[in-house]
Design a binder for this molecule. Structure first.
Ligand code: DWN
Length: 409
């Protein structure tokens, strides 16, 4: 269903600036027996709202279609993410003096990849995630997880029967919720008076400046800036108080620290001033993006077509959601890329949405030695190229698609 007003501000002044076509759901890998069936497809367009300063997609895909029983994203398949998460947990334990009387709640807690670090030192936690398979994996490692979509109603039920949260962690979820106001109101209700909320999401500035258009897909409703976060928090009596930047995580990620009290650190003033200076609170900053995306699409398709014309073989690495956006928007079918490899065993034997390359174990790279591998999970380039040293030593080459297609050896 197409929105006619901003999901955050309610404004009808929505300014379109990117159209990625009508695409299948990025995490909806296809089972072999379903290859001949039509896949649900939805328009994938971006608009900017001057009132909320929020970039967002125009299509509301029902949440249960996005994060239902066959949502196969497991955070624990990345060593980088596991290390980043452990460091985050240890810093929180130290800074907030967390102990057996504390409560840490993670919204979209996936497979327990983060909360397990608190469980290990007997700090009470609660995971909340609507996707049953990752939640089952979390419960299997003693991370108590409720399989539900979080919102104000759930927050009311939780505080009626238990303590408020000293820490709320919302990593890669504040972009994923169709009703951002209900979700924010729920955090306001659930947070203890002196508690802290840590929200982590890719930074829209990196998306634009590094042309990371493939990170746009239907489960990412929003593409946040410090300005949009600051405005959204204030709307609900919360305040943005600190900003941390992780330039190599998911293509550039910010961690926003929020709370009930308005006590901003210098980082907040610096980021808001830099975004104002760059014009990120205006449409002008976004309107030329589509031309750059079209350039990457043209250059990448030409590169792959030329390599195939030379008789080269090409595979891809990472059955990632961003990979689905890239191969569908650029038009990378099995005529160009034969198969995709991925460490996530839950994805093996399934097929990429729309283009239907089969997903194999990463061992297929050394076994079959394709001449080139399109790195769909480019955000883990260093981790993956180190892991695939054998493939590289035998002459294999990677192609990194963004910000501009590059062959790396
Ligand atoms: O917001 C989201 C981000 C954080 O993760 C979710 N909505 C969905 C998901 O997006 P994605 O699938 O584009 O994320 P990743 O983490 O970039 O996907 C990487 C893919 O590559 C996964 O399928 C796992 C795989 N992988 C691998 O095969 N070998 C990852 C690493 C690090 C590896 O070494």
């Amino acid at each position: 269903m197409k929105i006619d007003k901003c999901r955050a501000s309610g404004s009808t002044d929505l300014l379109p600036f990117l159209d990625l076509g009508v695409t299948p759901l990025a995490d909806a890998l296809v089972r072999p027996e379903d290859l001949d069936k039509p896949e649900p497809r939805f328009p994938l367009n971006l608009v900017f709202c001057p009132e909320s300063a929020l970039v967002q997609i125009t299509e509301d895909v029902p949440e249960d279609q996005l994060f239902d029983g066959n949502y196969l994203y497991f955070s624990s398949f990345s060593d980088v993410v596991l290390k980043h998460s452990r460091e985050h947990a240890l810093a929180l334990i130290e800074e907030r003096k967390l102990d057996g009387n504390s409560l840490v709640v993670e919204l979209a807690s996936n497979d327990g990849y983060l909360l397990k670090n608190f469980v290990e030192v007997d700090i009470p936690v609660l995971g909340i995630d609507p996707s049953s398979e990752p939640a089952a994996a979390a419960n299997a490692i003693d991370v108590p997880t409720l399989v539900e979509f979080f919102g104000e109603d759930m927050a009311d039920r939780l505080v009626a029967t238990g303590p408020k949260a000293d820490v709320i962690i919302a990593n890669n979820v504040f972009a994923h919720i169709p009703d951002i106001n209900d979700f924010t109101a729920g955090m306001k209700t659930l947070l203890a008076d002196d508690g802290v909320i840590h929200i982590e999401n890719p930074y829209v500035r990196d998306l634009i400046e590094h042309c990371e258009f493939d990170t746009i897909y239907h489960e990412h409703f929003y593409y946040h800036s410090c300005t949009s976060i600051d405005r959204q928090m204030r709307k609900h009596g919360l305040f943005l108080n600190h900003v941390e930047y992780f330039p190599t995580l998911h293509g550039g990620t910010l961690r926003w620290h929020c709370g009930h009290n308005d006590e901003p650190s210098e980082t907040v003033r610096e980021y808001l001033a830099a975004e104002r200076a760059a014009g990120m609170d205006t449409f002008a900053y976004y309107e030329a993006f589509a031309d750059r995306v079209a350039g990457v699409k043209r250059d990448l398709h030409e590169l792959l077509t030329d390599l195939r014309a030379q008789g080269k073989t090409i595979a891809a690495y990472g059955a990632a959601a961003k990979g689905a956006t890239l191969i569908n928007f650029v038009g990378i079918g099995t005529d160009l890329v034969d198969f995709v490899v991925d460490r996530n065993t839950h994805k093996h034997g399934l097929h990429m949405p729309g283009t239907h390359q089969v997903v194999k174990d990463v061992s297929a790279l050394v076994d079959e030695m394709p001449d080139y591998v399109l790195l769909l999970a480019w955000n883990f380039k260093d981790e993956i190229m180190a892991q695939q040293a054998e493939y590289l030593s035998r002459g294999g080459k990677f192609i990194v698609p963004v910000p501009t297609p590059q062959i790396v050896e």
